[in-house]
Design a protein around this ligand. Sequence first.
Ligand SMILES: Cc1cc2nc3c(=O)[nH]c(=O)nc-3n(C[C@H](O)[C@H](O)[C@H](O)COP(=O)(O)OP(=O)(O)OC[C@H]3O[C@@H](n4cnc5c(N)ncnc54)[C@H](O)[C@@H]3O)c2cc1C
Length: 533
Amino acid sequence: MDAVDFDTIVIGAGISGLYQLYRLRELGQKVRVFEAGSGVGGTWYWNRYPGCRFDSESYSYGYSFSPELLEEWDWTEHFAPQPETERYLNHVADTFDLRRDIQFRSRVKGAAWDEGRQAWEITLEDGARCRARYVVTAVGPLSAPTLPRIPGVEDFRGEAYHTGLWPKHPVSFEGKRVAVIGTGATGVQAITEIAKTAGHLTVFQRRPNWCTPLHNRPITKAEMDEIRRTYPAIFERCRETAACFIHTTDPRGTFEVTPDEREAFWEMLYASPGFAIWMGNFKDVLIDRKANALFSDFVAGKIRQRVKDPRVAELLIPKDHGFGTRRVPQESGYYEAYNRPNVELISIIETPIVRLMPTGIRTTARELDFDMIVYATGFDAITGSLDRIDIRGVGGRSLKERWRAGLETFVGVMVNGFPNLFMVMGPHTALGNIPRSIEYNVEWIRDLLAHMGGHRLHVADARPDAVDEWTAFVKKKGEGLLANEVDSWMTGVNQNVEGKNIRIVARYSGTAPEYRDWCDRVAAEGYRELTLV
Ligand SMILES: Cc1cc2nc3c(=O)[nH]c(=O)nc-3n(C[C@H](O)[C@H](O)[C@H](O)COP(=O)(O)OP(=O)(O)OC[C@H]3O[C@@H](n4cnc5c(N)ncnc54)[C@H](O)[C@@H]3O)c2cc1C
């Protein structure tokens, strides 16, 4: 066997990469993490835009693996803001002395499988190269920012920021004419905050989303003590629920209760924090058209109550998809922002943006001047950050090309023909409350590598039939879900990315317990789905 520089190279130092490093060190491996940013945290390092925070309850989102960490970390809000989560992940890196194996400001450009050496050759953007037996991609499902495909984007001479590449220096909106393009989960958070100080804020909306109240509030000391006492129960609950949240579907059907009971239940959900309204609704709201339409009407009624101008309210009510079939943004006064005299909403369906000018934005109806443009246009999701690395497997075959004909994976972690390449949060893995799924993926990879080490095996590849079986299962699990009939990042559609205009099954939509059962069985039966040599 030829010498390698590292046993494993991990790409990315977000929640996935940090935890993978921690677990691989346990195997005595020599590990190097390459991270494009200058600090740890991934999502919580890059997304510094005003208003950025979780939609997961803080205490259900943090790592669960270390009693020491759970004991010493206090969350200050039920849904922590970005600075707190970034602080938390820095604390994790310090506690476990992770930084010494992380090379920052190092973007991986290419990864090529060297058949002769049975190792991966990694190339960084600056041309540096090194070799490792294994590669773990921890590059994030939502970490490749995209700008809108509008002519003249590079012509604008004012301040311009993408929310996912927000600068570290303070950005002031005070008295400025600000444009925000995009009204997804990020846009909704940013607009609410920017509206408070901007001289004038113009929101450019392509399609509205069904947004519901977050109901965030501080965590008192007594509450934090109680949370700490009940951590085992919180994580146990996350293990049992379909999407690893503390919320779970109500066993009743929408039409099994009286109209009064239904109304009272929905009012209770609308007043409840977090994703209770999405994950804890009647069991048929996300699969039955009539149930979904009725609940969508309920939320539309709330929007009409909260937005004073009926014309604006109608623009903010989605007409092309039902509640919960796209990512539900959680808001803290979003609809009220449109009642402010300094905020204007422009539908780019009604009057499309024609181009960006040096001084502002031209639509089919008007030309508007701006001091600042904020792009809340999101990410090339799920495969975007993998597509941006030139990954070449056996025979020099490109992963991006391989997936052009359709996504295929083995449990979202491996791809046939790409030996010793493992993905944390790859396509077709369980998502939901993501750190819970990350911990599972990372530990599964660690166990596989421990098994290989124990049996003096050096190369693992997923068998084609195992890939076919998993891919077919993922497709089957998507059947009947209203969400898979709608264009969104969850169905692989992004109008800002070339070639991403056809709906695919981009994510696994079965339950997390089913996912873990499948993977546990593979491990328990000795990884028969893999070719191990
Ligand atoms: C604004 C926002 C809010 C969110 N809120 C929630 C929430 O409430 N609940 C939830 O469960 N999830 C949420 N998510 C999803 C979130 O991405 C995950 O929860 C989690 O942070 C993913 O961690 P990760 O380590 O897998 O990926 P990331 O945190 O995305 O980290 C990936 C890292 O890889 C690095 N990287 C990528 N490519 C390369 C390369 N080629 N070379 C070197 N480094 C590279 C990136 O710089 C980044 O640091 C949110 C996402 C966003 C964007």
